[in-house]
Design a binder for this molecule. Structure first.
Ligand code: FES
Ligand code: FES
Length: 275
């Protein structure tokens, strides 16, 4: 790739570096961690002098205090509360399904489970906690699921696009610990313990990120499929090189393919938006 070889070595992130970065991440972490509830116990019956007492040790369900939806595991309840309810929503009480004690937070309930019902807590195979856009998502993943697949199909974060699904096009670009990587080339289980940022995490509420505004104002897209990846790459570039040259912009975008507009416009936008 003669063009890339001509480019400055210290500027931004080339496609080769992209894949290399991904390789580093892939080499990193291990599966599994969160200690969570496993199978329920059975019922037992105790005979007394006066009557028959049925002692039920079967774990009922973890109940969401906001909407009374029931879940089989603490992790499922936690995931539901994180995604469906605001932190500031008035909480009633979280109930321990083993002994009916009440707790005012999920953290307190979890601590109680770990302290008092350890025998009922067992790791669930494939359970990981992914930190995406600052939020924890406990989720059971298959070993071969990519981060891109999980983001889109399991967490509903469809801003990350899958184009080639083999590390070629860059449309799936997200940040992992601040470094842009191809989400299709990172296994979901390997993303545990890392901070993942997707295009959804850039905006501040209804306020778009400056790079999102830049691409919009300069109409730097046509179908838009590659645009989230381009924006994530550009955000990373500006962090490292606030005022990139054309060569630096081209090198940074060398891992992001576009099938619609000519690359000159994308590079023009990136150079114009630097500060
Ligand atoms: S979908 Fe990941 S690089 Fe193309
Ligand atoms: S705008 Fe369509 S693929 Fe880039």
């Amino acid at each position: 790739m003669p063009e890339k070889d001509e480019l400055t070595k210290d500027s931004s992130i080339s496609r080769r570096q992209f894949i290399k970065n991904t390789g580093i991440v892939v080499g990193g972490t291990a599966i599994g961690s969160s200690a969570l509830l496993a199978a329920c116990k059975g019922d037992t019956t105790t005979e007394t002098a006066t009557n028959t007492v049925k002692v039920t040790t079967t774990v009922a369900k973890f109940v969401c205090p906001y909407d009374s939806i029931e879940f089989d595991t603490f992790a499922a309840l936690q995931s539901h509360v994180d995604s469906a309810h605001e932190a500031g929503d008035p909480v009633t009480k979280y109930l321990c399904p083993y002994d009916n004690q009440e707790f005012s937070s999920l953290a307190d309930l979890k601590a109680h489970l770990e302290a008092q019902h350890l025998e009922a807590i067992a790791p669930i195979e494939g359970m990981v906690t992914l930190k995406v856009n600052g939020k924890d998502y406990p989720i059971v993943v298959d070993p071969n699921w990519s981060l891109g697949f999980v983001l889109r199909e399991k967490l509903g974060l469809t801003g990350t696009k899958i184009g080639c699904d083999r590390g070629e096009c860059g449309s799936c670009t997200v940040h992992m610990d601040g470094t842009p990587v191809y989400a299709c080339m990172v296994l979901a289980c390997e993303a545990e313990g890392h901070e993942v940022l997707t295009i959804e995490g850039l905006a501040n509420g209804a306020e778009m990120h400056p790079v999102q505004k830049l691409f919009l104002e300069r109409s730097t897209f046509q179908c838009g499929y590659c645009t989230p990846g381009n924006i994530m790459t550009t955000v990373a570039l500006y962090k490292k090189t606030p005022k990139p040259t054309r060569a630096q912009a081209r090198e940074a975008l060398s891992g992001n393919l576009c099938f619609c507009i000519d690359y000159t416009r994308i590079i023009d936008t990136i150079v114009a938006g630097g500060s």
